[in-house]
Design a protein around this ligand. Sequence first.
Ligand code: CS2
Length: 492
Amino acid sequence: MTRLTEAALEGLPADVERPGYDRASVRTGVVHLGIGAFHRAHQAVVFDDALKSGDLRWGVLGASLRSPGVRDQLNPQDGLYTLVVRDGFGDGLRIIGASKGVLVGPEDPAALVAAMADPEVHIVTLTVTEKGYRLDPATGALLTTDPEVAADIADLSAPKTAPGFIVAALKARKAAGLGPFTVISCDNLPHNGKRIRAGVIDMARAVDPSLAEWIETEGAFPQTMIDRIVPATTPGDIDGLSQRLGVRDEGMVKAEPFTQWVIEDWFCGARPDFEAFGVQLTAAVEPWEDAKLRLLNGAHSATAYLGALSGHEHVHEAMATSALKDFVEILWDEAETTLNPPPGLNVGAYRNELMARFENPALMHRTRQIAMDGSQKLPQRLLAGAGERLAAGQAIDALALGVAAWMRWQSGVTESGETFTVDDPLAQKTAELLAGAADDKARVKALLTLSAVFPEALASDARFVEAVTGAYLAISEHGAVEAARRVVESVR
Ligand code: CS2
């Protein structure tokens, strides 16, 4: 079967939405670092909306900072791919035309820096995952002990890290008398804008203090809250879509109908008319971030570990198990007291909508996908809320079970005895800690020494240790689902 290309657009089935603008006239106004499925199903759709509206400045050059996979999917397709929106009743198909192609950073770092330094580029967006920021979790400063960070500081001519690419490109722009671009972090991290700004300025300072000063005064690093559930595409998804399209689309992404992007109103150059495309611009993103991270992502992570341990392959299947569904509600009751909801957010309605999103049977969102990189996710999703509740003298039964389920997942074996590889940057460290522990209590104690995950105040709080140890023992003794049911029962 031939691939989806510009030439194939005309012959696609009538119900497939097409770009409809003159793609040859689209300019590159955005460079995106870390072009995974999430970018293609979220930010790229907004830039595609801008192009559809007739503002042709907002084509997106994508960059992979690691493997060539997405380049090989998109470049042979003239950058085109399908967004498949699954609501549980049918699939909505839309061809996204915003991509101006994909560069692979490690293959030609100088080309990527040059592209970012182009005067027509006004925005650099990034999704490089929690670990891509290269920040010390304890201090939030650039991790200068990271060998790639050290290499970038020593020689910026061929950057390896996201902060390295941004600093190299800003340096080139400054030298050329241009202004900086706005850096929009789209990673699911609290204070994502502040984080990337800190990493960039730390690196710039190590390279050239006057560059750091320029970035500090001229640059813009808005915080964002980004939300859309985008499960990994499977070979079956591609086969099914290709049958419908009559051409093969290796770059497709699938997502739920819901999408939200809240951006701090702080730009240092041109930008699309974001509000016209459903993006919320605000002075205060943090209350939105906290609500999303602690309600959606907190429940996602807890469900992922409890569900995957007990053999629930997908989120909607876990939500069909009443103990897990009820448990999520209790977890939300706990998390909700730690929020300071922004104007415009009705938490009750948000929770109802979230549950419906989790129950969407067409998404097939794998619990193991969400279980990835837990050491990077736990702090903002479960631990921050737990700390605040303890400080207020409140119980943390549900949050502690989520944490304990993550700990239990680190053993690399499910309740039915299936072994798996723990996909986490700290996996080796956690395996070492577990290997030296004789029993469950010692396992919990050992994992609590991970200072990159557990802040000292929490790890040394006897109430936290007791709650997590009790939860861990409950999982060991009764299984994840029964442990969740007991939490529900104890609270109701
Ligand atoms: C998920 C998120 O994989 C995960 O960790 O919790 O990717 C989640 O689907 C998104 O944040 C939704 O916006």
